[in-house]
Design a protein. Structure first.
Length: 126
């Protein structure tokens, strides 16, 4: 069977305290795990969409990635998450569009407290 690369979407989320060091650490770790667990190179990325809860104001996740030397050519947008009753505070979510083999399973990453958002979609890689 021939594999075919198509545009796909990966999801992930991480919880963080509201300080620059932790937001940077958690954002980069989430990004790196998504790439590693899905065997992706940065050249296969098209775009990243981040949303952050209103309580995370210390650092923009896009800035965190750029400062860490990641996602150089990918387009990145960041939005404030809509506020809902009982929503998970301190959360950074990401949607990554990438070119990937369409036969390969997607490995979404939810960590550091964000697992409760989508336990049915969570793959925790090694």
């Amino acid at each position: 069977m021939t594999s075919m690369y198509t545009l796909r979407a990966l999801r992930g989320a991480v919880c963080s305290e509201n300080n620059q060091e932790e937001i940077k650490k958690r954002t980069v770790e989430l990004y790196d795990r998504l790439l590693k667990d899905n065997e992706l190179a940065e050249t296969e990325l098209v775009s990243l969409f981040f949303s952050v809860t209103a309580d995370l104001t210390a650092l923009n996740p896009a800035s965190a990635l750029r400062k860490a030397g990641r996602a150089g050519e990918a387009a990145i947008m960041v939005f404030q998450e809509a506020e809902y009753i009982d929503s998970l505070a301190g959360t950074i979510r990401v949607l990554i569009h990438c070119y990937m083999d369409n036969q390969k399973p997607l490995r979404h990453v939810y960590c550091y407290g964000a697992e409760k958002l989508r336990p049915d979609r969570t793959f925790i890689g090694g």
